[in-house]
Design a protein around this ligand. Structure first.
Ligand SMILES: Nc1ncnc2c1ncn2[C@@H]1O[C@H](COP(=O)(O)OP(=O)(O)O)[C@@H](O)[C@H]1O
Ligand SMILES: [Mg+2]
Length: 353
């Protein structure tokens, strides 16, 4: 990234002895949708609030469009912010809520009218401009908050769990709407969530956070296919994690040898290694498959679209396998032979004890 829109350089936050964010560096490209994903308390909001200028940094620098803004007051940063709890002005109409950033910036009345009109159309609320926030549903209130965050054509839009207060159906709807908004506006967005599905659906890249620091930054696909750590493998998607030893470019687990297509990720011969196998990548072996693992089905959970099997067998830990639902039921207690393609055996590269 030669000219990042947002450049975060070793930004940190301490509260007394407590570390809310370890020194963190991160670049966000122009037009990119980047999500800070992580469990509660991992430092996502802290980082977002420092970018917004609503929390002071304890160290490091923040550059927006190449300009240092680390100590610039929030209202002078060209940044729109959306919070979980809408934070609309209760006594102002929808129109005036959205107009607020423009009034702050002393825009002309005619400019204001057209910009607010456009922003409200974009979130499909043009017909409700005269209402008060309490006369709107939660989803509509949050759409007003989106309109207010983009109406002044900011350089950057920040969103902190904007769907967190909504029920699942609305969340799913608004998720798709945010995706569309981003596609239409091409704004640079930094989005915070603890919901992996939201992150995977929306993001160009995901910055996975854990214990006040960045765990991994990658595209959603790369994060899922090639997580580096146990935490990353477990937080995004379901995982089988199996400990073994490197033996001749393969992984020895008990008396089994697993082949991997990711030999470049293996540590040296004889070293311990943990491999990830996603449950949906396990397959029932055909008679011609060479690599076979014998096992016994010990539990079956039918989830409709998919069926989740627990399989005890050769691989010490026991395996979770998901297969498509429907068809012939799988009997608990039946013997099965499984196979795994070498591409689907992914060594973790950072095994923190
Ligand atoms: N004002 C504050 N004073 C003291 N500790 C704080 C303050 N704000 C946040 N923290 C701490 O910083 C850590 C990160 O918090 P936060 O950024 O809100 O996490 P997240 O948004 O990922 O849930 C947490 O341990 C939290 O308790
Ligand atoms: Mg938070």
């Amino acid at each position: 990234m030669t000219h990042p829109k947002l450049d975060i350089r070793s930004v940190a936050k301490r509260y007394g002895e407590a570390i809310a964010l370890s020194p963190t560096s991160l670049q966000v490209g122009a037009g990119e949708f980047l999500t800070l994903l992580g469990p509660s308390g991992s430092g996502k909001t802290t980082l977002l609030m420092m970018i917004a200028g609503l929390t002071e940094t304890s160290g490091g620098e923040i550059l927006l469009d190449g300009q240092e803004i680390t100590r610039k007051p929030a209202y002078r940063r060209e940044i729109g912010v959306v919070f979980q709890n809408y934070a609309l002005f209760p006594h102002l109409s929808v129109f005036e809520n959205v107009a607020f950033p423009l009034r702050m910036r002393k825009r002309s009345e005619s400019e204001l009218k057209s910009a607010v009109g456009r922003a409200l159309e974009l979130v499909r609320l043009g017909h409700l401009a005269g209402r008060l926030p309490r006369e709107l549903s939660g989803g509509q209130q949050q759409r007003v908050a989106f309109a207010r965050a983009i109406v002044f054509d900011p350089q950057l839009v920040l969103m902190d769990e904007p769907l967190g207060a909504l029920d699942k159906k609305l969340r799913d709807e608004l998720k798709l709407e945010i995706r569309k908004l981003h596609a239409e506006l091409k704004k640079t967005i930094v989005y915070v969530t603890h919901d992996q599905d939201e992150a995977m659906l929306l993001s160009d890249r995901v910055c996975l956070m854990n214990e006040a620091r960045v765990e991994q930054i990658d595209t959603p696909a790369a994060l899922y296919e090639r997580p580096r750590t146990r935490f990353a493998a477990g937080f995004v998607g379901e995982s089988n994690l199996i400990d073994g030893i490197v033996a001749g470019g393969r992984i020895r687990i008990g008396d089994q040898l697993l082949a991997t297509a990711h030999g470049d990720r293996l540590p040296a011969e004889g070293k311990p290694v943990t491999v990830l196998i996603r449950p949906e990548r396990l397959r029932f072996a055909g008679t011609s498959d060479v690599a076979q693992l014998q096992g016994k089905v010990v539990d079956v959970i039918d989830l409709g679209a998919v069926r989740r099997l627990s399989i005890a067998g050769d691989l010490a830990a026991g395996l979770t396998m998901t297969v498509l639902g429907g068809g012939r039921p799988v009997e608990v207690g039946s013997d099965v032979a499984l196979t795994i393609a070498p591409e689907d055996v992914v060594p973790l590269t950072q095994c923190v004890p």
